[in-house]
Design a protein around this ligand. Structure first.
Ligand SMILES: Nc1ncnc2c1ncn2[C@@H]1O[C@H](COP(=O)(O)OP(=O)(O)OP(=O)(O)O)[C@@H](O)[C@H]1O
Ligand SMILES: [Mg+2]
Length: 312
């Protein structure tokens, strides 16, 4: 079978600005992919082309082998999407909204009610299905947006920053729903600025900058590539300039920042063995008693920072 999402030399030019620049992506079926990149990298533009909201200037995008530029209707039938904050009529209820959207999408009326019940269950809005949307929190509206994306049973789900703008509880709820949808074998392609979220929810990462792909791989593999570790160290007595100098001189220490007299962060080139060596070395510095020693930032974060800065 064709891959879930393919882009070939996909390019989008706005005036004289190239937002997506010969992007080549091949997303297989059944994976959950985090689409990462700094502001303006071209994530939303790519997603809008994949969901037929924008036309590519050059190149092609395919959903399960269907060219979205040539056959947008068929391609759209295979995708559910949530792009930017969706607006719903505040005086309608979820059931009314989904009924109306289902009719527009041509879902047979004898199946529609059952589908609506099912997707409302998937996003856990059962208790709210007959309440007016005007009373809903942002998180509930986002869940409804996911429900509408699932209405026609698409094998592929594309979400642009699904948790942005939600409060912590709303974020957790949406993440839990995405994790659940993942277990049902769907392909999920979601942009995010939250690296820990991508690490928690996704299997793979596609990283872009300036409209070009930097890497596409499994998170575990990428995390193993990271060669910089940050360690936060707390000590009993305030650190002295001599002690700072002694630590900076250790092998593999790249940087040391003192945040408080009792707290500093060491940037280390290396992995676990170098971390162990650092701890032993710090404990040997005269006058230092370590009360806490822990890695901060994730491997994915460190890799992201180094890849993005290399591509600037
Ligand atoms: N309709 C448009 N007209 C002109 N420029 C645009 C248009 N849409 C997007 N751009 C530009 O294209 C670039 C890529 O935008 P895009 O929204 O795809 O980035 P993004 O990766 O989604 O960023 P963010 O993380 O901030 O959402 C930006 O520099 C943006 O200003
Ligand atoms: Mg965007």
């Amino acid at each position: 079978m064709n891959e879930a999402i393919v882009t070939e030399n996909l390019t989008k030019v706005f005036g004289n600005f190239t937002a997506v620049n010969e992007l080549n992506l091949r997303i297989e079926h059944g994976v959950c992919v985090g689409f990462l990149g700094p502001n303006g990298a071209g994530k939303t533009t790519t997603i809008k082309i994949l969901t037929s909201m924008l036309r590519a200037t050059n190149g092609n995008a395919y959903i399960e082998g269907v060219d979205v530029g040539i056959n947008p209707k068929e391609a759209l039938g295979r995708v559910g999407s949530v792009v930017e904050t969706p607006e719903f009529y505040p005086y309608l209820t979820p059931v009314e909204t989904l009924t109306y959207l289902g009719k527009i999408r041509g879902i047979a009326s004898n199946q529609l009610l059952e589908r609506i019940e099912h997707v409302i269950g998937e996003v856990k809005l059962q208790d709210w299905k007959d309440k007016r949307i005007g009373k809903f929190s942002k998180g509930m509206k986002q869940r409804l947006a996911i429900a509408q994306a699932l209405l026609h049973e698409p094998p592929i789900l594309i979400l642009d920053e699904p948790t942005t703008g939600l409060d912590p509880r709303g974020m957790v709820e949406v993440r839990e729903i995405i994790k659940l949808l993942k277990t049902e074998g769907r392909t999920i392609f979601m942009s995010s600025h939250l690296l820990f979220e991508v690490q928690e929810v996704c299997d793979k990462v596609a990283m872009i900058n300036k409209g070009q792909l930097l890497t596409y791989d499994e998170i575990e593999k990428l995390a193993n590539l990271a060669e910089v570790v940050k360690v936060e160290v707390q000590i009993l007595s305030p650190i002295t300039p001599e002690q700072v100098k002694a630590i900076q001189d250790f092998n593999s220490v790249k940087n040391l920042v003192v945040y408080q007299p009792h707290l500093f962060v060491v940037e280390l080139e290396g992995r676990e063995p170098e971390k162990a060596e650092l701890l032993a070395n710090i404990q040997n510095v005269e006058g230092i008693s370590v009360t806490s020693f822990r890695a901060v930032g994730t491997a994915l974060e460190n890799l992201y920072m180094s890849m993005i800065s290399d591509s600037i």
